[in-house]
Design a protein around this ligand. Structure first.
Ligand code: FAD
Length: 402
């Protein structure tokens, strides 16, 4: 019987095995994950779950019974330590699994603050796994002082939760502005104002020099020579693709596990999907860190394992929740040369990214219509006249028919 082994029981791994069964694959399916819990959604880890508004069971992508009911052999708490692509075998300590086809869905690894600047002190956290959040959430007590290092989405979401729960929040971002890597100054301005209104002390252009403390972190020295007393620290300083297993097996890595449009890696019978991959996109190659990408790419791989011969055409989108603002992002803004701001009322705003006359991406804050229309325009290769976008009286939906 044909045996498909999927390594990495997260969003992509779970989507891949579910799709295999849904499409009628009747061979053997094994899903192996390093974490001791069934596959779960990560987005609520820095949002509703951290806030205490979401029960653990609701995090799970599917009930644990789903896997047995669909004859999926789910192995939890099993970090795969070795892959032999010639023998088509993977190993977990003394256990070995042989495969006919292997899918790597090993996700991302969070960057940590270096030990040399106090990154290994007690009370220094990252936000990647459920266990990370379970370890930090008892510290979310009113009046507690938290330092958040990094003004990307994860850092800002954690800041929003901490501020809502009454913590004293300082966020440092060493770049000139928060969200610098991913968004235009207009979007940064929106979120800076939002956080400042909620009492978060945002310091931009200021990096962490080092953390202080013997066993527990007690303070931080910033590189503008200011000193802060802190009770705990959250590092939101980016992630890197989880390529370790693939790399040691000799699989080609290029800003992630390099896959083709079908999801094949450089090794025969080895496929990959999700955060850990880079894949062809509009003549180049990208890596995406998002749920929609993990699901859709994994489903294409599952279909291809059954001979569909499908190409994955990414339609990037992303979201973030901070306080009562829902940010939805459509497209990728890489290479933009101007932005258009559309404000329809006091609470909703959208930022439209253009390169020349081409619409690349939209950041929509509390503006689901702007997001939906922007997404469809981008996917359809349509670029409306920026003056129409800027005009709040323009009926956006009409642009789709143009
Ligand atoms: P993961 O879900 O990370 O799963 C990979 C799994 O592989 C992990 O469980 C890991 O333990 C396991 N693994 C790794 N190596 C091995 C090994 N050797 N053996 C066995 N198992 C292994 N995306 C959005 O679109 N919107 C959001 O709002 C959003 N918010 C986020 C908030 C947080 C706090 C985080 C951490 C992520 C967020 N993301 C968001 C990103 C999104 O969650 C990821 O892009 C998505 O989970 C990627 O899915 P994946 O399956 O590729 O990786």
């Amino acid at each position: 019987m044909r045996h498909i082994v999927v390594v990495g029981a997260g969003q992509a791994g779970s989507s891949c095995v579910a799709k295999l069964r849904n499409d009628g694959f009747d061979g053997k399916v094994t899903l192996i994950g390093a974490e001791p819990v069934p596959p779960y959604q990560r987005p609520p880890l820095s949002k509703a779950y951290l806030l205490g508004d979401m029960a653990l069971e609701r995090l799970y992508l599917r009930p644990e019974s789903f896997y047995s009911e669909h004859d999926i052999d789910l192995r939890m708490g099993r970090p795969v330590s070795h892959l032999d692509i010639d023998a088509r075998k993977i190993s977990i300590s003394s256990e070995t699994f042989e495969y006919d086809e292997l899918v790597l869905t090993t996700g991302s690894v969070p960057n940590r603050l270096p030990g040399a600047i106090g990154g290994a002190l007690e009370g220094v956290h990252v936000v990647r796994d459920l266990s990370d959040v379970d370890a930090m959430s008892p510290r979310f007590i009113k009046g507690t002082r938290v330092l958040i290092v990094g003004g990307g989405y994860i850092g800002l979401e954690a800041a929003a939760v901490a501020s809502k729960l009454g913590l004293k929040v300082t966020l440092v971002e060493q770049s000139e502005r928060i969200l610098q890597r991913v968004a235009a100054p207009e979007t940064s301005d929106f979120f800076r104002d939002l956080h400042t209104k909620h009492g978060v002390d945002i310091r931009e252009g200021v990096g962490l020099d080092h953390l202080q403390g013997e066993v527990n972190v007690t303070g931080a020295m910033l590189n503008d020579h200011s000193e802060l007393a802190v009770d705990f620290v959250i590092a939101g300083v980016g992630i890197r693709p989880g390529t370790g297993l693939a790399e040691t097996a000799g699989i080609e890595i290029k800003n992630g596990i390099k896959v083709d449009a079908h999801g094949r890696t450089s090794a025969p019978h080895v496929w990959a999907a999700g955060d850990c991959t880079s894949f062809p996109y509009r003549g180049g190659r990208i890596r995406l860190e998002s749920v929609p990408n993990a699901i859709e790419q994994a489903e294409v791989v599952a279909a291809n394992l059954m001979g569909a011969g499908k190409e994955y055409v990414a339609a990037p989108w992303f979201w973030s929740d901070q306080y009562d603002v829902k940010l939805q992002i459509a497209g990728l803004n890489t290479g933009y040369d101007r932005v258009i701001t559309r404000r329809t009322d006091a609470d909703s705003l959208s930022i439209w990214y253009y390169r020349g006359d081409d619409l690349l991406a939209v950041d929509a804050m509390n503006d689901p219509r702007g997001f939906m229309v922007g997404k469809r325009l981008i996917e359809g290769g349509k670029s409306p006249d920026p003056t129409a976008i800027m005009d709040p009286s323009t009926d956006l939906k009409a642009l789709l028919r143009a």
